[in-house]
Design a protein around this ligand. Structure first.
Ligand code: NAD
Ligand code: ZN
Ligand code: ZN
Length: 350
């Protein structure tokens, strides 16, 4: 089957409306591949891009999406045997980077000043055919289902990296804040696979049921708890609080609470990106309890290889719901209301 001239896409127009329409199929540049996207996860970052609520300029008109799983259908003249037509690959948030700056050379490609971001500074995966830099696509092993693996390409890689950044060791406890969302659900699975004990924090009974199913040892409901700091500390076996906190929530308050319940010498890893939000911690307590507070931003290419390898080995099992690409606005509506337990994946028409 040849590559068509036209394709279906969800386009954010310059007036910020989201329109499902036919547009031309893009052509890959010399160092790029063209990927026929089969499925794409819907990350809360796509909603930030749709709402334009971050202090970072986005391309407009814009096609969102950065958890795309599909098949390479064409490649540019400079792409060698490292990626071939017919192979299954993933298109991630980091669509490309310069590969030559200090950050790229040291394996911190997400920090590259010339990084291109899928579904933000370049068109993403909510279309049938997407362009990505050959050096940055992730190889998806044969036999791995493209719908289930899609959320690994952002949510999975990001939380895997964040857990490594936390320094938590097997047997230690980690609080996952926003545990019932897309990143949170996968964070629970990676944490368990890494030998960590999970305290899940989120709101509502549907998310409670999901967290229990995913193996959390405790669930603290932020909508019901009268003393969240006490409840989180009490959920650890010795009452001293979690060794690490992974913040993947989409509101500001948890970013200001974590320093109160993390264990002394513990680490807080900020990953969620609520608009206009600030981290807060008392200087005295942070100093005398030797608390470490840091950010973590997606992952490099090797983090992608490792996160996909955990998945391919059957260690990461996460429920997801699939809807057609045309239903993307409904997914955004549910996401805005905080009603999504786990991840939605959109099926791209073929
Ligand atoms: P999501 O909507 O699926 O999940 C967010 C969860 O946070 C929801 O379950 C919600 O109920 C929960 N929540 C809201 N307020 C809370 C509170 N006070 N306490 C506990 N839980 C609370 O979103 P997602 O796709 O998992 O993304 C989460 C955030 O991570 C977004 O801001 C996204 O942009 C960001 N993100 C960051 C990176 C990175 O590299 N740092 C990568 C991907 C996504
Ligand atoms: Zn994402
Ligand atoms: Zn660079």
């Amino acid at each position: 089957m040849g590559i068509p001239e036209k394709q279906w896409a969800q386009v954010i127009e310059p007036d910020n409306s989201l329109v499902y329409k036919q547009i031309p199929v893009p052509k890959p540049g010399p160092d790029e591949v063209l990927v026929n996207i089969k499925y794409s996860g819907v990350c809360h970052t796509d909603l930030h891009a749709r709402n334009g609520d971050w202090p970072l300029d986005r391309k407009l008109p814009l096609i969102g999406g950065h958890e795309g799983a599909g098949v390479v259908v064409a490649k540019g003249s400079l792409v060698g045997d490292e990626v071939n037509v017919g192979e299954n690959v993933g298109v991630k948030w980091l669509n490309g980077s310069c590969l030559a700056c200090e950050f790229c050379q040291k394996g911190d490609e997400p920090l590259c000043a010339h990084a291109e971001l899928s579904g933000y500074t370049v068109d993403g995966t909510f279309q049938q055919y997407c362009v990505a830099k050959a050096a940055h696509v992730s190889k998806i092993p044969k036999g791995v289902a493209l719908d289930a693996v899609a959320p690994i390409l952002c949510a999975g890689i990001t939380v895997y990296k964040g857990l490594k950044e936390s320094g938590a060791r097997p047997g230690q406890s980690v609080a996952i804040v926003g545990a019932g969302g897309g990143l949170g659900a996968l964070a629970q699975q990676y944490a368990k696979a890494m030998g960590l004990r999970v305290i899940a924090i989120d709101g509502g009974d549907e998310k409670k049921a999901l967290c229990e199913q995913l193996g959390a040892e405790a669930y603290v409901d932020f909508t019901k708890s009268k003393d969240l700091v006490h409840d989180v500390q009490a959920a650890t076996s010795d009452g001293l609080g979690p060794h690490a906190v992974i913040l993947v929530a989409v509101s500001e308050l948890p970013f200001q609470q974590a320093a109160s319940y993390v264990r002394s010498r513990g680490t807080i890893v900020a990953i969620g990106l609520p608009a206009n939000a600030y981290l807060k911690a008392p200087v005295f307590g942070t100093v005398v309890r030797m608390i470490n507070i840091k950010g973590s931003y997606v992952g490099n290419r090797q983090d992608g290889v490792e996160a996909l390898d955990f998945y391919a080995r059957g260690l990461i099992k996460c429920p997801f719901k699939t809807v057609p690409l045309s239903d993307l606005p409904k997914v955004y509506e549910l996401m805005e209301q905080g009603k999504i337990a786990g991840r939605y994946v959109v099926e791209i028409p073929q």
